[in-house]
Design a protein around this ligand. Structure first.
Ligand code: AMP
Ligand code: FES
Ligand code: ZN
Length: 298
């Protein structure tokens, strides 16, 4: 790990990652051992490793898998669900499985098709549906906090994109912890300071079976382009990605960023259909998307 000037053997690496995670959980006040955590697991290396680490550290963590109905020629959703269920069964962990199509009559590709004018690529529709469902389920099932497996590469790429367009409102909301607000569960990203390759190493060394393929729709996406750009930077300047992210967090905390002074967060009200907070005037974007898709199907 060039950025830390540190080299570890397998045994110590498998201790180091959970120890560091515990440090981040405490530093950012993410949650305590008394709280109930819902981990969103996709079957990928990050979220399965996160679940593994939280259990090892003695936290009360259950899993949530969202069935998105994505095939893409590699049976993506089925395979990721199979691996997630296998992981949970082998460790005797509680996993909630929610299938979007069973729940709303529409899979992600179907929704993307019927709302392509409003939302563009399936990833936008998918992101909206995942955020909506994760929050709904965390709230309905009484969890204190929702944890996702976002790593440093994910976070730095989002930060990079938002910085390129100075998207102040998004910059204000990005961080390891998004506090609970009325109707929105607290959201945390305990792996946000680990490089993607560090998480790959953890998953491989601890023998976690995960889906190697990325979502078939991710190909050619902007976030992959930003990740590649940052990787080039990292090659010549080891630690650049971590510095970029950490300095942003520091600047935001100390109020140095102009965004703190000038941007007011929009006012939210409850969606008349699902009750979740929204800034749009009537139904929330998710409920409008479902309604439009159903009308088109009729
Ligand atoms: P992504 O948006 O695919 O980069 O995934 C980011 C995080 O969202 C993952 O680390 C998971 O915690 C969560 N996630 C993604 N897809 C799913 C899914 N199908 N079910 C549950 N959680 C998911
Ligand atoms: Fe949602 Fe790929 S995971 S579009
Ligand atoms: Zn709604």
């Amino acid at each position: 790990m060039r950025q830390h000037k540190l080299a570890l053997c397998k045994e110590h690496y498998l201790e180091w990652i959970p120890e560091q995670t515990e440090r981040f959980i405490e530093k950012y006040k993410m949650f305590t051992r008394e709280e109930k955590i819902l981990v969103a697991v996709s079957g990928g290396k990050d979220s399965l490793s996160l679940w593994d680490i939280l259990i090892r550290l003695g936290y009360q963590a259950d899993g949530l898998y969202l069935g998105l109905g994505i095939d893409g020629g590699i049976d993506y959703s089925h395979e990721s669900q199979r691996l997630t269920e296998k992981f949970a069964n082998e460790r005797n962990l509680k996993l909630h499985v929610v299938d979007i199509e069973k729940e709303y009559g529409q899979s992600i590709p179907m929704l993307a098709e019927s709302s392509h004018r409003g939302y563009g690529k399936p990833c936008a529709v998918c992101g909206l549906a995942k955020r909506h469902e994760m929050n709904r389920i965390a709230r309905d099932l009484g969890y204190d906090v929702l944890a996702t497996g976002h790593n440093l590469d994910d976070e730095a790429a989002v930060l990079f994109g938002n910085t390129l367009s100075w998207a102040s409102e998004y910059l204000l909301r990005q961080g390891p912890v998004l506090p609970e607000t009325s109707g929105l569960a607290r959201k945390v990203k305990p792996l946000c300071r680990f490089y993607e390759r560090e998480m790959t190493a953890y998953a491989l060394l601890s023998g976690i079976e995960y889906i190697y393929e990325e979502c078939p729709f991710a190909e050619g996406s902007q976030s992959i382009f930003y990740k590649e750009t940052l990787n080039q930077l990292e090659t010549t300047r080891p630690g650049a990605k971590l510095t970029f992210y950490l300095r942003f967090l520091e600047a935001r905390k100390s109020g140095e960023l102009f965004i703190e002074k000038n941007v007011q967060q929009g006012v939210l009200h409850a969606c008349p259909k699902c009750g979740q907070p929204t800034s749009t005037p009537d139904f929330c974007s998710f409920c409008r998307m479902i309604e439009r898709a159903n009308v088109e199907m009729e």
